[in-house]
Write a protein that binds this ligand. Sequence first.
Ligand code: ADP
Ligand code: ZN
Ligand code: ZN
Length: 779
Amino acid sequence: MQERFGGMDADLPDAADANDATDLASSARGLYVRVALDQPIPTLFDYRYTLEAQPEIGQLVQVPFGRRSVVGLICAISSSTDVPRQRLRAAESICTDCAPLSPSWLALVNFAAEYYQRALGEVALPALPQPLRDPARWGRLLAVEPQYSLTESGRLALPAALPVRAHALRRLAEALAAQVLPAAQARALHPKANATLAQWCEAGWVTAIEGDAVPASPPVAMARTVAALASPLDAPTLTEEQGAALEQLQQVRGFAALLLYGVTGSGKTEVYLRGLAALLERDAEAQGLVLVPEINLTPQFEAAFRTRFAHLPADTIVTLHSGLAEGERARNWLAAHQGRARIVLGTRLAILASLPKLALIIVDEEHEAAYKQQEGLRYSARDLAVWRAKQLEIPVLLGSATPSLESWWQAEQGRYRKLTLSHRAVTDAVLPSVKLIDLEHEKRRGRASVDGLSQPLLAALRARLARGEQSLIFLNRRGYAPALSCDACGWVAGCPRCSAYVVLHKPERALRCHHCGWEERIPHACPECGNVDIAPLGRGTQRVEEALAAALPQARIARIDADSTRRKGTAQALFSDVHAGQIDVLVGTQMIAKGHDFQRVTLVGVLNADNALFSHDFRASERLFAQLMQVSGRAGRGGLAGEVLIQTRYARHPLYDALARHDYPGFARATLEERRQAHFPPFVYQALLRAEARTLEQALAFLHAAAAGLDGLPDGARITRYDPVPLTIVKVMHVHRAQLLIECASRAALQHTLHAWQPHLRSLKGALRWNLEVDPLDI
Ligand code: ADP
Ligand code: ZN
Ligand code: ZN
């Protein structure tokens, strides 16, 4: 999605200009469509409509815009227009492939546009899959996919032609032998089924039957009734707390926001599964939307859904996330739009999916920052989920072991209903014991750490090795060392494009900027003074991996971070090695904390957590607490006692104290009180204006001029504004960045002000980019 260019706004056409003078023949009366376009201009654009198909609100049209032809969304139809007739242009084509987007979907994107201060089209169009925005592909969107059947020669030749260990291919072949297979079902069995089936057709082993020539034979398992879903045979008996939570969910009629506060391992997923199963049983058309922070990191989550609903047709469950190929994403989106998909499992972008029969929304790990889109339309999928549920008068279930303080505060005030799972679901599984290793104390006793690993932590690791159990070592810093420096002159290697140090990556023998990707080879000597004794400063995952290998020579060690998993599938492979017991110690960043249910991990070691305790960002401690709870939750899941050891120089810090007691409510109470006193969210509402320019002076000058525009606005006096300031990392890719924070105790007054402020912002000139973020997370 594009940013606004302050200096460019003046060059863009206004609503009337867009309909350049081309046609003088149009009559004063006629049919006009008012269209939303993906343009940073808060208006709809009028076009004459003379096409054969009757237009409907919510349909896509192809229209001329300037010298281009673009796709827009019909938002209104009228028999008159204010645009002078000689300037009106005509719509070129209309997409009649699928049903128009519904009024409730239009209301959702309209709300998102208003709330996040964008034009309707800037929200609506990017929310649609690419093929819908491409008129060349209209007409084929809903082409019925072929079905495949095995030929006689295939029946004879295929089994022998497949490698013994190609399990997925064999499954595909077996399914073909049993029935005529629709393409969607084939893809569910094998991710590359389309290509494979094309080859098999080529070989004459399979024939493709186009269209509806043959009715699909129902999958065998379909015989099981939907009623069997509510208490499926392969599901565990609910714990008392799970049962109570589920009952509360079932009793909801109309809108309710339910906060499912469940400790790690308490079985929140089971509550989601049962809630959805009950929904599908109750209503033959109802759809459920399940949001997860990151689908690629939680394959087990998706697998649990696919297994539980395996007896329903293949596209009952579809996923929506940015990792899908374009065609797949469009197919899944359309399945949801047409109501065929009953469960949509997706990342934040799925909140804007069209779901005509939506009846339940679930947001897993609702506290995760990944729900906030950080570019283009900066929306919070969690907040939109609550709005959408309210609009549709349906329940929304927000699950977390460490809810966001915003949600917790809503629950405290009784606006959200709190459902608590305080115990782990698996019998015998208890929460791990959390202990602090006081590094100051260790030092005083003459037991210094070796390469950042304290003696008690090393002893605990050795004990796990001896018992054949697994350990995780967590630190939130990838690379070898966060900096490279010269002792003699004080030089530290920095990025030439950013105001940031470059990170040393030893295996790659490179210095890398984590902000802009700039890379260079490690120098042999200090470029300032020629000293050859330059040394790494601090520790990242690579260096810890090296230190562990030296300290535990017999251990099998693996590392999981953004570097080690750059190639697709490597994270998956590394995690399955851990599951298979082929790894003794896993070192990693927060990637290792996400959702994995490791059975034999009994020790979690935490390094370098202290950094976040004294951050200038008031949300840092909330994030740290959530992260440590989540990573601690990896220990002791499979009935083995778990232990968490946190190395710290601040062993008396209240955050660690609350963590050791597994006391999220205590942490939340104390932190909310601090926030109340300091006038931080959730007690005030904030918006952030960011500017990016060649020089810091330009960026700051823009923000000062912007701030001046607040005077005299209707609610201007109620708004607190801070001084424009440079960002902590002020320069990235040669661009200087600064921001202006404003806040208000009333959300409505802030919204009112932002709307009134926009024309002023647009009128400011200058060669810079700016954007406005509502409810910013990073300040
Ligand atoms: P959470 O998401 O709350 O951290 P999970 O949903 O991952 O917890 O569940 C943790 C483990 O408990 C999983 O292995 C799951 O299969 C198991 N589990 C969930 N509910 C039950 C239950 N009622 N009885 C036994 N095991 C359960
Ligand atoms: Zn030097
Ligand atoms: Zn850089």
